[in-house]
Design a protein around this ligand. Structure first.
Ligand SMILES: [Zn+2]
Length: 324
């Protein structure tokens, strides 16, 4: 498959692009489709993750999304997941969705179970954010409103927090999406990554501070209707000598870009003891120009202890209307 990437880049991201594409080449992109499309083959049916087939009593009755449904993917499905693995992966999806917190409401993707756009409820700050008829409502306590308001910069800065989530579930979900894009014949190189996804949760503690579970994430300001897309990049064959992972996964949806090295590859074992390079995927200029600069932050998502993140919902306005 030939992939063409169109970019308009500022100076920093031009440098980033030169560096990234000097080492990596795109191999595959998957995204939502207007009609249902399945990755993999229906028969003979085998779970890519636990390697069990129908004959080995694995069942395949659940619909498996190749990119998670909460990210906005409706129609790109896969034949790769047995029901048992699918159930495990939905826990990872719950954590990931909780991590993006209030942005889930802004993303505007209806929940599969409730068929409604998820509400954000913060009981401590007493904030409700919900969608109604394509409009977003933010309900805050009247006496606190003036604390959030900055009239000089015309912004509202509302402190809130995410729902509880388990950090290690985030790289697990990205790994799952990455492994779904991988060609069948490359899977044997990623046996450890497959095990990492389906292992008993008691084993997760062994991955605390594992360098592969550091994930650069970028939140792009402003309203973006970015359809979910997952990209896979391969290290070029003449760049083997560079200390960088063999494969990179980039996932874009809504205001988010997540980038992660596909972890625990056979040929990446040597990287664990060394400082390795993390070339960053460039950010498109159209994304960063209008609403100010966006930048990557590196998140250590290796912990298996449930946490909440405190975050700030920042909104700018042009004018304010007072209503009773
Ligand atoms: Zn399975």
């Amino acid at each position: 498959m030939k992939i063409k990437l169109n970019f308009e880049l500022d100076e920093l991201n031009l440098k980033r692009a030169e560096y990234f594409f000097d080492i990596y080449e795109p191999v595959r992109a998957i995204h939502d489709m207007p009609k249902k499309l399945f990755l993999g083959s229906k028969e003979p049916r085998k779970c890519r993750f636990c390697d069990k087939s129908k004959q080995e009593k694995a069942t395949f009755s659940k619909k498996a999304h190749a990119i998670s449904h909460f990210m906005g993917n409706k129609n790109l499905l896969s034949y790769f997941e047995c029901d048992k693995c699918n159930e495990k992966f939905s826990q990872y999806e719950n954590s990931f969705a909780n991590f993006i917190g209030v942005n889930r409401t802004f993303l505007g993707v209806k929940s599969q179970t409730s068929k409604k756009i998820p509400k954000h409820k913060d009981l401590k700050e007493r904030i409700d954010v919900f969608a109604n008829n394509k409009e977003i409502y933010i309900d805050v306590q009247e006496n606190k409103f003036k604390n959030y308001l900055d009239e000089e910069t015309k912004t509202l800065n509302i402190p809130t927090q995410t729902q509880p989530f388990i950090p290690i579930h985030i790289p697990k979900l990205i790994t799952k999406i990455g492994l779904s894009i991988l060609e069948e014949n490359e899977l044997s190189d990623y046996k450890e990554a497959l095990d990492f996804l389906i292992q008993e949760k008691e084993k997760d503690i062994l991955f605390e501070n594992n360098k592969f579970l550091n994930v650069p994430m970028c939140f792009i300001n402003g309203f973006i209707e970015a359809r979910p897309i997952a990209l896979l990049f391969n290290k070029k064959s003449d760049r083997e000598h560079i200390l960088a992972p063999q494969k990179q996964v980039v996932i874009k949806f809504g205001n988010f870009i997540f980038q992660m090295a596909l972890p625990f590859g056979k040929r990446d074992r040597q990287l664990l003891e060394k400082e390795f390079k993390r070339p960053l995927f460039p950010l498109d200029k159209s994304h960063i120009e209008e609403f100010g600069n966006s930048e990557y932050s590196l998140y250590n998502f290796s912990s298996c202890k449930q946490i909440v993140y405190h975050e700030k919902l920042c909104l700018s306005y042009d004018s304010m209307i007072e209503k009773d």
